[in-house]
Structures are given as C-alpha cells and as structure tokens.
Design a protein around this ligand. Structure first.
Ligand SMILES: [Zn+2]
Length: 291
C-alpha cells in the first residue's frame, strides 16, 4: 500500500527503529526494494534523486511506483531526494508523491526559511510531506551538494526554523557524508539526542553507506528514524552487473534477462540487510495502521 513518509518515520521513532529510504534507479531496483520489504514485513521508503527523475520522467516514475507499491502488503512511500529546484518539487507534488526533500542548504538562512515555508504550503495543500535540509550534508550525490560544510547552525536554530516553516521531517548535519568515505567520519549521534529533546519531528540520517552496525545503532538509539541508502545500492547494482558481464564474456551467453535477475537478487539482498540492521523488519503492519 502507498503510505505517508512522515507517518512511517514517526512510527519508527515511537518504536525505536528506523525506516530504510532507498534510492532506486529504475524498475528493476524499484521492484527489488519492494520485494525485500515484503519479505521482511518492513515499511520502506522508495527514494528518487532529481537526476533519476530527469532521466526517467516524473510520470513514468509515478506510474512504476504505483504499480509496484499499491498492492504490496507493506506500506511503501515515494520520496523525492535532495531537491533544490522549485520546479521539480512542484511537478512531484502535483503527481501526488508521498514527500519531498526540499534541499535549501545552498541558500542563506533567511532565504532557506522563506522558501521552505513556501514549499510546505504548496506540498501540504496536496497532502505531501516535506523533509527539510538547511545545513548541507557534505559530499556530492547525483550532481547535488558540496564537499565543503557551507551552512551549520545550532540545534535550537534548526528546531526554531522547522517550527516556523511547518516541515514534517528534519535532515540535520550529523557528521556523515554522501558517497564513499575517504577517511573516518566524526559522527554526531549526540546531536540527534539534543534534537530529540527539542522536537517530535522525525530525524533523518543521510550518508549511511559505509557506517558500521554500531554506528547505525547509536544513531537509531539516539532517535534517528529514517536512514537514507543510495551509494550502497548503486554498488550492489553495478557489481552484480559487472560480475554477470564478466561471466557472459567467458561463456559467450549474452542474455539481458538473466543479468536483470542477478542485479535484482543483489539489490534485494542489500536492502534486506538494511531492513534488519535498522530494526524495521516485522513493523509493516504497525506502521501501516499508525497515524
Ligand atoms: Zn542525502
């Protein structure tokens, strides 16, 4: 069934687990993510980057998602990942997606607050949730972002802006970075703990690929209830394709459907691992019934 992103993340926060938010790339990865959630009886969030939206188109993504999710026996939400572009936000809101991440981290604070409030008004009128990012999460992901920490604020400022703008989920800087880690990050689960004392809003962790089970546990125990996974899925996808193609070269058997099966299996296993790691397995029914 198709679910609200904020509803799923709130249920996670109330029950001490995090919902996996997985960036899909095409129909193969979309179906593998939904099937993994069904297998583990877990709620899941399907995320799409602006780059993927631009390559496939809003209409096709929306249709593929509806077909894959509407009859699934687990709640599945459709979320637009990091989007600084107001026109893309408007298209996705009009198409009835579950939620958007309005990434205003490239704006100064006053502009970020004003535009975020505008996005919330537009999105909520259509029943769409808004994740907010005004501090930038380090690293470039699908052409969006910066390797420099440009904007950083106090937790009090983050909560005050979230309250004034009316957003539904909060994506603060937590010491993680997008992409693969080139050196050990300084993680900030204590920042989550500080935020949790100030707000009921679900807290989102970006840059999850490469963190250890203990890192995830510390973040989730502190109160994170949506964890984004993008790089890990890309690696699983591409390495399965690479292994298949190497085999095809040897055997002379060039059969795309069998490569698709290998990719699906690899993506499925990657997602199952995260659903279990984040404690979300078995929570599908509870999350679907929550409000
Ligand atoms: Zn991110």
């Amino acid at each position: 069934m198709i679910a609200s992103t904020a509803q799923l993340a709130r249920h996670g926060r109330e029950h001490g687990y995090a919902v996996a938010a997985v960036n899909i790339l095409d129909d193969l990865s979309l179906r593998a993510v939904v099937e993994a959630a069904v297998d583990r009886s877990a709620p899941v969030i399907v995320q799409v980057s602006v780059k993927t939206v631009r390559s496939i188109g809003v209409e096709l993504v929306t249709t593929m998602f509806r077909l894959a999710a509407q009859d699934a026996p687990v709640p599945v939400a459709l979320h637009l990942d990091h989007c600084p572009h107001r026109d893309v936000i408007s298209q996705v809101v009009a198409a009835g997606w579950s939620s958007v991440l309005f990434d205003a981290s490239d704006r100064d604070l006053a502009t970020a607050e004003r535009e975020t409030a505008e996005v919330v008004t537009e999105a909520h009128a259509a029943g769409v949730d808004v994740e907010s990012e005004i501090e930038n999460i380090v690293g470039v992901e699908d052409d969006i972002g910066s390797d420099e920490a440009v904007h950083a604020y106090s937790v009090q400022t983050l909560v005050a802006v979230a309250g004034r703008t009316g957003v539904d989920l909060l994506a603060p800087q937590l010491g993680t970075a997008h992409g693969l880690y080139t050196h050990t990050p300084v993680l900030l689960p204590e920042r989550v703990a500080d935020l949790v004392t100030l707000t009921d809003l679900p807290i989102v962790l970006h840059g999850g690929t490469g963190l250890s089970d203990e890192d995830f546990r510390a973040f989730i125990e502190a109160g994170v209830s949506k964890v984004n996974i993008s790089t890990g899925l890309k690696l699983a996808y591409m390495k399965a394709a690479q292994a298949h193609l190497a085999k095809a070269e040897q055997t002379g058997k060039w059969d795309p459907p069998s490569m698709f099966r290998d990719i699906s299996a690899a993506v499925h296993d990657e997602v199952v691992g995260h659903l279990d790691r984040f404690g979300s397995s078995g929570h599908a029914q509870g999350a679907a019934a929550a409000r």
